[in-house]
Design a protein around this ligand. Structure first.
Ligand SMILES: [Zn+2]
Ligand SMILES: [Zn+2]
Length: 443
């Protein structure tokens, strides 16, 4: 059956607005919207009916009445009026498929723009939510009339609202990774804004000892605040994470930040060299057009003497996964070790030899057993270099696979780490100072 014949049968049975009639033929023709299709179909049907009416064919008036009532078509009403024919008084008021929801698109767009007004963004996506009933009704309608070139109502709402928002602010629609998502329900008229996180990657250095990488909750009160933690809820008053987050939140007006890094150093170890890769995730960031150089300066001024960030750049969610995976990236450490008795050059040489290009078997250190599973890990050491500092002290530099517990490599952890400096020298050896010199990884 042709388009006009099919349309007339649809209109005979159901009241349909221009959008909803045109949508049944959405895949036919390009560069026009469904309401234009619907309007054109109704125009031709009206003209044909007018022609029939003028030649006294009863079908003419009958069809004009259908178009004036179920078609809500003004021209048909006008013709009937001029021909002095009555328009049925029981005429339907709303479209069977959309319940006239396309009429409130302007209002929905206005509300969406209002929700967006405080946020910086370059792209967005519109998600349409509809009651199941509305979608099922259209599915049944399509089945009843064997519609095969139509699109669904959700698509049309999404496209026309998206177009309007894009035109208004010169933004673009992004399907894969939108910065903001508008969830719009044309039936309940709900408009919700979902702001996707902003990610910034960089590297941090920690120049002092005694600061943990992440916020550490008080073990007595679990963060509520008690006598033991002077009502701060924390074991340590500050952390690398908190120091970096503060200026970030100030700059972005974000609600919350999450800090992701490639592994972590001990509280008493410094993180030197090029620093450790991290990604900071800002939730509900109002600002996205950031001057990262300025932000870097602000973080470094705020964290002065303690922490330093560098190489800040915009990132995506995938970078978080990459950074976390890189926990096992090669690392370089520097540790000052102390021997019980005077150490000889021969002994130092022996340590270098026995710990270079060797696989270390390491059971979870006793000091972290309370929070980590008791496992045996194997970590490779590429190179160890030792320099004597005093009769009982030496500086040891280690380049190894990430995740090696360096303190235990020195003291042997009562035989849980093998081989170890302590084991090689058959005596007590203690790690005094530890620094991470480098995290070897491409940014
Ligand atoms: Zn409609
Ligand atoms: Zn506490």
């Amino acid at each position: 059956m042709n388009i006009l014949g099919k349309s007339l049968i649809m209109l005979k049975k159901y009241p349909l607005c221009n959008h909803c009639l045109g949508r049944q033929f959405a895949l036919l023709g390009y560069g026009m919207e469904n309401y234009e299709r619907g309007r054109m179909i109704k125009t031709i049907l009206t003209m044909e009916a007018h022609m029939l009416a003028l030649s006294k064919n009863k079908k003419g008036i009958r069809n004009l009445k259908i178009l004036a009532t179920n078609g809500f078509f003004e021209t048909a009403k006008e013709i009937l009026h001029r021909m002095k024919k009555r328009i049925p008084s029981h005429a339907p008021k709303t479209c069977f498929l959309c319940e006239d929801r396309f009429k409130i698109v302007d209002e929905l767009v206005k509300r969406a723009l209002y929700e967006l007004k405080d946020y910086e963004y370059t792209n967005f996506l519109v998600g349409i939510q509809l009651p199941v009933l509305v979608e099922e009704r259209e599915d049944e309608f399509k089945a009843e009339f064997e519609v095969c070139h139509g699109e669904d109502i959700r698509n049309e709402f999404g496209r026309i609202i998206g177009k309007r928002i894009a035109e208004h602010h010169g933004k673009s629609v992004e399907y894969k990774r939108p910065e903001v998502v508008l969830l719009i329900n044309p039936v309940t008229e709900e408009v919700k804004l979902q702001v996707n996180p902003l990610y910034v990657a960089g590297r941090y250095r920690k120049m002092v000892r005694g600061i943990p990488q992440s916020k550490w909750l008080c073990s007595h009160c679990r963060g509520k605040g008690c006598k033991n933690c002077s009502w701060t809820g924390k074991m340590y008053s500050e952390s690398v994470e908190e120091i970096i987050e503060k200026p970030f939140l100030d700059f972005t007006n974000g609600v919350k930040a999450s800090f992701h890094a490639s592994g972590r150093e001990d509280i008493d170890a410094r993180m030197l060299g090029n620093g450790r890769p991290f990604v900071i995730e800002i939730k509900k960031s109002m600002k996205r057009f950031l001057d990262l150089e300025k932000l870097e300066k602000a973080v470094n001024a705020y964290a002065e003497g303690k922490v330093e960030v560098s190489n800040l750049r915009f990132a995506s969610k995938d970078v978080v996964r990459k950074v976390k995976k890189a926990e096992s990236a090669q690392k370089e450490y520097r540790v000052i070790i102390e021997f019980e008795t005077k150490v000889t050059a021969k002994n130092l040489h022996l340590i270098e030899e026995k710990l270079t290009k060797v696989l270390i078997k390491q059971r979870t250190p006793m000091r972290v057993l309370h929070r980590r599973a008791d496992l045996t890990r194997e970590k490779y050491i590429y190179e160890v270099k030792i320099k004597k500092l005093s009769p009982k002290k030496a500086e040891m530099k280690i380049r190894c696979e990430g995740g090696l517990y360096v303190k235990e490599l020195v003291n042997g952890d009562e035989g849980r780490t093998k081989p170890s400096v302590s084991e090689i020298l058959k005596g007590k050896v203690a790690p005094i100072e530890l620094d991470v010199l480098n995290v070897i990884m491409k940014d």
